[in-house]
Design a protein around this ligand. Sequence first.
Ligand SMILES: [Cu+2]
Length: 552
Amino acid sequence: MRISRRRLLALGLGTVVAAREPQRLLRAASASALEPRLNPITLERFVDPLPIPLIARSVATRPSPDDPRRQLPFYRVEMRELESVVHRDVLPTRQWGYGGTVPGPTFETRSGEGLLVEWVNALPAKHLLPVDHTIHGAQADKPEVRVITHVHGAKAPPSSDGYPEEWYATGQSRTLYYPNAQDAALLWYHDHAMGITRLNLYAGLIGAFIVRDAAEGALGLPAGEYEIPLILYDRFFSRDGQLSYPVSGDPTAPWVPEVYGSTTLCNGKIFPYLEVEPRKYRFRVLNAANGRHFNLLLSNGQSFQQIGSDMGLLAAPTVLKNVMLFPAERADLIIDFSEHAGSDIRLRNLTDEILQFRVRGATRKDTSVVPANLRDVPRIVESTAVLTRVLTLNDHGDHAGNSMRMLLNDMHWDMPVTEKPVLDTVEIWSLVNLTDDAHPIHLHLVRFQILDRRPFDLFTYNATREIKYTGPAVPPPANEAGWKDTVRTDPGRVTRIIICFEGFVGRYVWHCHLLEHEDNEMMRPYEIVAAAEDAAVGHEITLKHDHVHTAS
Ligand SMILES: [Cu+2]
């Protein structure tokens, strides 16, 4: 009988590593050496125009689940296999898209105007990419292709949030309800099926979801054709243009701990160009990659303004020369091309080219403005928190130091729910990163603020489980000081966030947004409860987290 990684961990690593050695070596060799891949350096740059995803159109109206006398727009979106051209000189790529494109159509809605979407699984029954059946929730007794859509950043009831275990198979659909009772922001929708989220997103199941409101509309920001979503992600391609997802070398357990593709796409194209006028533009940038973070800058060294982050506008614009986005994070950027008519400016990830702006003639006068004050972002006062939870980020490696599984608070997905905040209370979550990686941590349903990041001594922690700080707590920079739903937690640091659990009672999830981590159990349920019976409330406590690790 084959020993699964999970079992291997339970047995203790040292004893069985020798037996695994050949597989480990294979893993190190990696599939990339075996399979000829497309090298993006060979591609001619800036030959394809930047695609702008179409706006999703409702097909009917349906009664509101909250108030049957109200009619809400009803959308029907099919997930289908499709072929699309990612570059002029690359053969069409088989992908999975919402509504026939990758990225899918952009939802446009207004705060408080609810909508319903029937998400239809019209995908093939066999997965496009290698499924690892040793991963929790993706066992071989389940359909290989399973989907459940989550709108990232949405304040949705638990039954419509896309709980990972509420997946459904090919030929089925679910209608989910988004009340959109929340501030203007760039949200995004993507698949969230247990154990295969990384594969479903890599296949193409992503799209933008924009919430607008009157306050934002009154500001006079660049709009219409001057407001453009930029959805960034990276992939590997085979030489014949097909998606290539890295595998471990062990065909029975192909999961790999991280994916950094060789090729960056913007709105579904490699090295696209965008003709722009010499004026201000608003770019709604989303990192939809599985694992890569982007450090974005402009090739001419020009600075830009960041006016918003994950959950909408900042209090005030902040001027930057580069902006870092981890997976699932968003940046709302104003780039002013008015001084650059006739020039070509590239958007880069450090030195890697992503997108070329061709600054050409103006068609009309730029009347847009970027006000000095965008909105009030009142700081949540620390003393209002009823609870501080100390939650660890853990990495379990094999003998050779390869990451085999990351966990939250050293707990597996199917262990009892331990985080039960009370509705309408404020908590501080103190995220203690014991790993070598930065992890973007996302909580469903809620928005939060970053309090600070503070270095601590890992050796002391491992010996005594005491957090001994080695430096001062650093508050977030201006572009991280607004409303967030995903926070970068740096290695060897405690990252504190403050959260008001508003909206709904029920079960949600929180997880790392590196999708390979998320799928391999760096995800936990949490439950918002109506009363204080299940949660310690009214006094500040520090939860113990030195419980025994019980691998299943
Ligand atoms: Cu992670």
